[in-house]
Design a protein around this ligand. Structure first.
Ligand SMILES: [Cu+2]
Length: 247
């Protein structure tokens, strides 16, 4: 038994006092390794602390100034970038201000029609120049007025329209000049004033029987004869045609 015990002690150290000593050896070994680990960790922490101290001292010392200057530079960069952005953002609302100034000094030849700026442009109430060559339904097109009286359009080229045709049948305008045309329809029918040329497709006046309406637009830059007519069914056949002569 003893021999076996001894053998057991030697082979598998897990019994009796000797095995107890072995058990105590193992925890002491693990304790030692734990202590070693703690020591190594402490040393590592110390090294890290020392390194950190060096780095911090470097930051606080020589690198501090560079760091601050760099941050200052980046701050300046960001502020300059912000300024650029602000400038570009601020540039956008300048246009409405200029538009507002243009509108403030613009004149209206027919209430409800577009404005004429001092430099001869025809603009809407946002300051955008109207377009003669878009569809009449396009918001950029010159806007016709509501029903008005001829007394409201003293500067307009006044056209009357009936079954007998336009009166006058012809009028002249200087090229590129703004003008207002009023159309007074006869009591017998509605009428639809239109130009034949596609460059003036946006301009039109629709009147019900007996109404007067007007439109302000800029004459073409190209001299020539621009035919206009009444687009109401059957009216062109009965002679509702005329011509605008651009000189
Ligand atoms: Cu007509």
């Amino acid at each position: 038994m003893e021999e076996l015990n001894n053998n057991n002690e030697i082979v598998s150290p897990g019994l009796d006092t000797s095995s107890g000593s072995n058990q105590s050896d193992l925890p002491t070994g693990s304790r030692l390794t734990a202590k070693k680990r703690v020591v190594i960790l402490a040393v590592l922490v110390l090294i890290l602390l020392v390194v950190a101290m060096f780095v911090l001292s470097g930051d606080l010392g020589i690198d501090k100034n560079i760091g601050t200057t760099e941050t200052k530079k980046t701050e300046q960069n960001t502020t300059s970038k912000e300024n650029v952005e602000k400038i570009t953002i601020e540039k956008t609302p300048v246009t409405p201000e200029e538009a507002a100034q243009a509108i403030a000094s613009a004149v209206v030849e027919a209430p409800g029609a577009n404005l004429i700026t001092p430099d001869g442009r025809v603009v809407d109430y946002d300051g955008n120049e109207v377009k003669n060559d878009v569809l009449k339904s396009d918001p950029r097109a010159p806007q016709q007025t509501g029903s008005i009286s001829l007394e409201q359009v003293p500067f307009a080229t006044k056209l009357e329209l009936s079954a007998a045709g336009f009166s006058p049948k012809e009028f002249k305008i200087k090229k590129g000049e703004p003008l207002t045309i009023s159309l007074s329809g006869s009591n017998d029918s509605s009428h639809v004033f239109k130009f034949e040329d596609k460059s003036l497709s946006a301009i039109g006046i629709n009147v019900r029987a007996g109404e007067t309406r007007a439109v302000t637009f800029k004459a073409p830059e190209v001299a020539g004869s621009y035919k206009f007519f009444c687009d109401f069914p059957g009216h062109i056949e009965r002679g509702e045609i005329g011509v605008m002569i651009v000189e």
